[in-house]
Write a protein that binds this ligand. Structure first.
Ligand code: B12
Length: 211
């Protein structure tokens, strides 16, 4: 089995203890960190989701897989971020919408946007509409607001949040959205300025939004 397959399998089966070592070994073999992330870890999460849907596994197993992926990402982190940190493109406020506890994708987007040169204020998960509004008010130099959701049931909350932000009269920033159930058409429907399907695309989008 290749190192990449071992990483995939470790995330899929929630091998928290060995993932850091395996990820280091994969890097040492010269495998591209983005390939380890996309084809090893994110792809494994896809399988985990599919197994959950078929009731072959349950929430605890999904949680352990998530923990495993987080540990692996910690090892990849220094290799994913570029040294764009001294150029400040401005502040970006990010959070997962209220009712939604998924944060792995949001954390990856944070990582990529940070390394693209933004100063990121991460509000975490299950973020109420008012927290987004208050944080924008407290940071009038905000250039970007990014919303994430992973559940079809929280898409309505994303719409509500986007509309509240847009309707607040606060200005000077662009609103971008993403997450597995979101697509370009939905982003447009709720009045967002931009959408990207993954974290690498989110960084490019963020830069485009402020240029
Ligand atoms: C891990 C996981 C969990 C973990 C989350 C742990 C954590 N800290 O995040 C736990 C166990 C807590 C969990 C709970 C639940 N989950 Co869950 N979960 C998953 C799983 C397996 C992986 C998600 C993940 O991390 N993917 C990897 C990341 C990297 O991908 P991503 O999040 O999509 O992010 C990428 C893009 O979407 C994009 N992106 C994301 N955000 C943003 C934001 C912006 C601005 C941009 C531009 C881009 C962007 O970039 C990211 C990186 O490339 C998915 C299955 C799946 N394939 O997605 C199910 C899944 C999302 N969960 C699901 C369900 C049903 C639940 C529960 C309701 C289960 C339950 N019965 O309790 C609860 C809900 C809890 C809640 N209120 O949120 C369903 C949702 C179904 C649906 N149609 O809505 C899924 C799809 C599984 C399935 N196939 O049924 N879950």
């Amino acid at each position: 089995m290749s190192k990449l397959e071992e990483v995939f399998q470790a995330v899929e089966t929630g091998k928290v203890k060995i993932i850091a070592g395996l990820t280091e070994e994969a890097l040492a073999e010269g495998i591209d960190p983005l390939k380890i992330l996309n084809e090893g870890m994110i792809a494994a999460m896809g399988v985990v989701g599919a197994k959950f849907q078929r009731s072959e596994i349950f929430v605890p197993e999904m949680l352990v897989a998530a923990k495993t992926m987080k540990k692996g990402v910690e090892v990849l982190k220094p290799r994913l971020v570029s040294d764009g940190t001294d150029v400040s493109l401005g502040k970006c406020i990010i959070g997962t919408i209220h009712g939604d506890l998924h944060d792995i994708g949001k954390n990856l987007v944070t990582l990529m946007i940070e390394s693209a040169g933004f100063e990121v204020i991460d509000l975490g998960v299950d973020v109420p509409v008012v927290t987004f509004i208050d944080t924008i008010k407290a940071n009038p130099d905000t250039k970007l607001v990014a919303l994430s959701c992973l559940l079809t049931t929280t898409m309505a909350a994303m719409k509500e949040t986007a509309e509240a932000i847009k309707g607040s009269g606060l200005k000077g920033f662009k609103l971008i959205v993403g997450g597995a159930p979101v697509n370009k058409a939905f982003a447009e429907e709720i009045g967002a300025d931009g959408y990207s399907e993954d974290a690498a695309g989110a960084a490019l989008l963020a830069k485009k939004m402020v240029s």
